[in-house]
Design a protein around this ligand. Structure first.
Ligand code: PRP
Ligand code: URA
Length: 209
């Protein structure tokens, strides 16, 4: 069964309020997506296992801890997931990065895949899939299915805003994937947009439309 964590940290909630505002411009939006991704990553890496090692400080020896053998990979779902990469990399700079390109067909709302390039050693890695929006869940479900074909150690999904419909669909399709969410919203509208949401994340990050 998926573990679902919805963040309640005041910094995330505050930044999310500015992110949602219609008047927030591209530059600030991008910056906020990145900062929120850093804060989600902090929680989403909380349970990585540690091992004890001995090191020498300028004063003496210390038994201290490092993250144990876990290699990480980040896989943003293009386009909007790209906006989260820098923020996550700020905390895990040695992670490798794959890319999955998907867009939602505006009529069917089904994801259409156009690109997939994953790290060659992905089977040795814990994969964090990044996408700011979990709406119907179709894009996340497809991206995770693609990644599973390459047998990673495990997969976690990080998003900024989720709709209940998408969360349920993702949990059902991939019960082995833990999910980290900055905020749960009310519902989807008739066009598949999250309400109240923040609009089209890709367009707001890249200044398109
Ligand atoms: C957005 C978003 C997700 C997807 C979520 O991408 O970034 O990938 O929609 O919707 P779903 O849960 O219903 O699949 P979009 O298709 O707009 O592509 P873009 O990132 O290239 O703008
Ligand atoms: N994709 C977005 O970018 N926003 C939504 O509200 C739903 C899907």
């Amino acid at each position: 069964m998926s573990k679902v964590m919805v963040m309640d940290h005041p910094l995330i909630q505050h930044k999310l309020t500015i992110l949602r505002k219609e008047k927030t411009g591209t530059r600030e939006f991008r910056q906020l997506v990145s900062e929120i991704a850093t804060l989600i990553c902090y929680e989403a890496t909380r349970d990585l296992p540690l091992e004890e090692i001995e090191i020498k400080t300028p004063i003496g020896h210390a038994k201290t801890k490092i993250i144990s053998g876990k290699k990480l990979a980040l896989v943003p779902i293009l386009r909007a997931g790209l906006g989260m990469v820098d923020g996550v990399m700020a905390l895990v700079p040695s992670a490798k990065i794959g890319h999955i390109g998907l867009y939602r067909d505006e009529k069917t709302l089904k994801p259409v895949e156009y690109y997939c390039k994953l790290p060659g050693d992905i089977e040795e890695r814990v994969v964090y899939v990044l996408d700011p929006m979990l709406a119907t869940g179709g894009s996340a479900i497809d991206a995770i299915s693609q990644i599973k074909l390459r047998n990673p150690k495990s997969i976690r999904f990080m998003c900024i805003i989720a709709a209940p419909e998408g969360l349920e669909a993702l949990k059902k399709a991939h019960p082995d994937v833990d999910i980290y969410i900055a905020a749960m919203d009310e519902r989807l509208n008739e066009k598949g947009y999250i309400v109240p949401g923040l609009g089209d994340a890709g367009d707001r990050i890249f200044g398109t439309k």
